[in-house]
Ligand binder design. Structure first.
Ligand code: NAD
Length: 338
């Protein structure tokens, strides 16, 4: 049984902890929090050992009546692998702690790529992380694009990719984010940082990206154009993508016209927090003109990186024979694709 510590129990961290909990080969060693807010009480309700990460140590937790098991150093000590889910940029300042304890660590997409030995997406480069000391699970958008590009590159070859990313303004809990009544080119510079980030996973890929921000908290939407090195039919592309376990081709018959109904669908299905772990590709949008493929996909920013973190834990700890075995095990335990 792998003991996995989660440092930073926020939007991503709480989902990773719950995903670890249902894996047959992992257990939650504990989670760290800076303050005894509502997420700390949820951690306590779940039975996760709480470790104090703030400068005031356990004092605010004692005041709130929450037991703590120690500091972040103590959490790292009892962990075989640590998943660092602190806010972007904080992970890099924690790297020394993991190195001092000789504990493999997984960072998130808010960190610069050089924080870790490898930038990771299970479907694209699982083997590169096997036995590494650290991995960076790339951002939600980069994860979504890499899952799509992997089968396209393997099967047809990619000459050039162009993507416009229509990004949610913030997560539901990020009450200070926006815009609340505008449509922003964001970043205004072209290409946006997303293309270079995809190249940390596919170094040879020719890709240009443009970003926008809009007033929604639901999901990101990508408008994708990939110039392929061959000319498959749209039906062949649909079949190829439909075989991928973390790509969901939304059938026209479901009547799902956007992220709102997608989230409603996963809530109705009883998914935890209504999470959508898969890329959601509108099947009828898959179009091929000569060797140009076009499609729309939606990405649930709070959820798609969660199964990738689980696979990264297995890759670093060298406990699983192959990418396929880890992906299948993660999917089965979480319910990805169901
Ligand atoms: P968050 O703010 O929701 O959660 C971060 C948690 O870490 C909070 O509970 C915070 O109190 C805690 N924290 C802050 N400083 C800490 C410290 N020094 N030690 C321990 N805990 C500390 O952030 P998030 O959205 O979960 O993002 C975490 C990482 O995941 C970032 O790198 C982000 O870029 C990446 N990411 C976020 C999303 C998303 O949409 N939310 C998607 C993909 C990747």
């Amino acid at each position: 049984m792998l003991h996995v510590g989660i440092n930073g129990f926020g939007t991503i961290g709480k989902r990773v902890a719950d995903a670890v909990r249902v894996q047959p080969d992992m257990t939650v060693a504990g989670v760290s929090k800076r303050s005894p807010n509502f997420e700390a009480t949820i951690a306590d309700d779940r039975g996760y050992d709480l470790y104090a990460a703030g400068e005031d140590g356990r004092v605010p937790f004692d005041a709130a009546g929450l037991d703590t098991a120690g500091t972040v150093h103590d959490l790292v000590e009892v962990s075989d692998v640590v998943v660092d889910t602190t806010p972007g940029g904080v992970g890099a300042s924690n790297a020394e702690i993991y190195e001092d304890h000789d504990t493999p660590a997984i960072f998130q997409g808010g960190e610069d790529p050089d924080v870790a030995d490898v930038s990771f997406v299970a479907r694209a480069n699982y083997d590169a992380a096997v036995g590494a000391d650290s991995a960076r699970v790339v951002s939600c958008n980069t994860t979504g694009l890499s899952r799509l590009f992997a089968p396209l590159e393997e099967t047809y070859g990619i000459e050039k990719a162009r993507v416009t990313l229509v990004r949610r303004g913030g997560d539901p809990g990020q009450t200070s984010r926006g815009p609340i009544n505008d449509t922003l080119p964001d970043p205004v510079e072209i290409p946006s940082h997303h293309g270079p980030d995809v190249k940390t996973v596919f170094p040879d890929l020719d890709i240009d990206t443009m970003g926008m921000k809009v007033p929604t908290t639901q999901m990101h939407t990508h408008s994708v154009n990939v110039t392929l090195e061959s000319t498959p039919s749209a039906e062949a592309v649909r079949e190829l993508l439909g075989r991928e376990s973390r790509l969901f081709l939304i059938p026209e018959t479901l009547g799902i016209d956007g992220a709102g109904k997608l989230k409603e669908y996963t809530r109705d299905a009883g998914r935890p927090r209504g999470d959508v772990w898969e890329n959601c590709i509108w099947a009828e949008s898959v179009t091929v003109e000569d060797n140009d493929l076009y499609l729309f996909q939606a990405i649930h920013q709070e959820a798609d990186v969660v199964p990738e973190n689980i696979d990264a834990v297995r890759a670093l700890s060298e406990r699983t024979a192959s990418a396929r075995q880890s992906i299948d095990r993660t999917n089965d335990a979480l319910g990805v694709g169901r």
